[in-house]
Write a protein that binds this ligand. Structure first.
Ligand SMILES: Cc1ncc(COP(=O)(O)O)c(C=O)c1O
Length: 429
């Protein structure tokens, strides 16, 4: 069976043929490639074609696909237990490791996805503060939690509109939305609603709708304003946590979020999410406190062992720092070529993340800065890369993930493929 046949079968039995919308290639102008294997930096399609993979499952595979050391440890627990719904030593080991390596958390609880982590963090913040409103930023993604599926409404400052059908209007009315990179608006929203805002949730490194590195001081200032009004700050570090360093963006910025959410890297390629905070906050969770949250498959032993093996390896080899240097050199090389050729793009890089942005002559810090026609040009670039054996997330706004398995040689070859594909985007080149 080839990709086309499998997709058409899938299309009959799943909405859009996929289990998460972006996988449909909807805006890429081609059908999805269907992959059946992955190792290191590569994935292989059902046709047997090998691709360099910069999607890496949208972030969990910081060591690449099926890292051999992680796999060995996963196999050892696989032969003992799959799931048991009771306390096991594996979850304790990973929790202790994280609490020891992340200075601003005392306690952590595992769930099965980033979405679940965010949903619970918000519930916990509401319970802790006794306030129901939450402020989020346009351009930050926090999973498909009902009250996070919102965008700025027209009209009054900060009022939200749902961005998905089926979300209760009552829930949306408790969410306030602010532009990124706009401190004035943050101040304004707080001065109007401050006493009812329980928390601010933010991706301290917005990496779901472009890689929107914020101006220096922005996150810290939001933090300060929230604190002044008695609101908690939730850092959603589902992408950045453990990737940009063990303490994530919080560590880099030198701030201590009240609650932090994790996903992706924390499960080493298996479905794991988590939320964490100081004891004083976390002890509001059942059975210690009155905030309910539970999960049949939470802290699944396989994910726990994979997560622990992953973070231990990251630490042992100082991988995050090395990855950052590698990714920086990779982005610089591409930017040099882009400049030489006079192409209207810029490769944005932060830590081991990169994003091909349109060149607007200044850093893009908010979706409001996106120029028209961006998605169409990306689709052309994407198809060019795919034809040349390089895969990335099939969406103009998703970031690329460099893994430990992306060697210098692979990155060199990738830079070449990307430049050749970029040349094809503009007809003049
Ligand atoms: C910052 C952030 N929060 C939450 C989520 C949702 O996580 P999940 O897809 O595991 O539910 C994501 C996923 O991309 C994310 O990047």
């Amino acid at each position: 069976m080839n990709s086309k046949e499998i997709f058409s079968r899938s299309y009959q039995v799943s909405p859009g043929g996929v289990h998460s919308p972006v996988r449909s290639f909807r805006s890429m102008g081609c059908d999805p490639v269907v992959f059946s294997e992955g190792k290191g930096a590569y994935i292989t399609s059902v046709e047997g074609q090998k691709y360099i993979d910069f999607c890496q499952s949208f972030g969990p595979n910081i060591l690449g696909h099926r890292d051999s050391e992680v796999q060995k440890k996963v196999c050892s627990v696989f032969n003992k237990i799959w799931t048991l719904g009771a306390l096991d030593p594996y979850s304790v080991e990973l929790t202790e490791w994280l609490v020891d390596n992340i200075s601003f958390i005392d306690k952590l609880r595992f769930v099965c996805s980033g979405t679940e982590a965010v949903m619970t963090a918000l519930r916990l913040a509401r319970a802790y503060t006794g306030r129901e409103k939450v402020l989020k930023f346009d351009g930050c993604y926090h999973g498909h939690v009902d009250n996070m599926l919102v965008k700025s409404g027209s009209g009054l400052a900060g009022l939200a509109e749902s961005s998905s059908q089926g979300v209760e209007s009552q829930i949306v009315s408790n969410t306030l939305v602010c532009e990124l990179n706009n401190l004035e608006k943050v101040e304004q929203i707080f001065s109007e609603h401050g006493s009812s805002i329980g928390c601010v949730i933010m991706e301290p490194l917005p990496a779901n709708y472009g890689l929107l590195v914020q101006a220096e001081g922005f996150n810290e200032k939001v933090f300060e304003i929230a604190k002044k009004h008695g609101a908690l700050v939730i850092f959603d570090e589902v992408i950045s946590g453990l990737r940009v360093g063990f303490e994530g963006m919080a560590g880099r910025l030198g701030v201590e979020p009240d609650i932090v959410t994790y996903g992706k890297v924390i499960g080493g390629g298996f479905p794991v999410g988590a939320y964490a905070a100081k004891k004083e906050i976390m002890d509001h969770m059942a059975p210690e406190g009155g905030v309910y949250q539970a999960g049949t498959l939470a802290a699944n032993p396989i994910g726990m062992v994979a997560g622990l093996a992953t973070v231990q390896k990251l630490k042992e080899h100082n991988i995050q720092e090395k990855l950052e240097n590698k990714t920086q050199a990779f982005a610089e090389k591409i930017n040099d070529e882009i400049k030489k050729l006079g192409l209207p793009f810029h490769m944005v890089q932060y830590s081991s993340l990169f994003w091909l942005a349109p060149d607007i002559g200044r850093p893009i810090r908010s979706p409001h800065d996106f120029p028209a026609g961006m998605a169409e040009r990306f689709a052309k670039y994407f198809r060019g890369c795919l034809q040349r054996g390089l895969y990335m997330a099939p969406n103009a706004y998703e970031v690329g993930f460099v893994s430990w398995a992306h060697s210098e040689e692979i990155l060199e070859a990738s830079a070449h493929i990307m430049i050749e594909s970029l040349k094809g985007v503009d007809e003049h080149h």
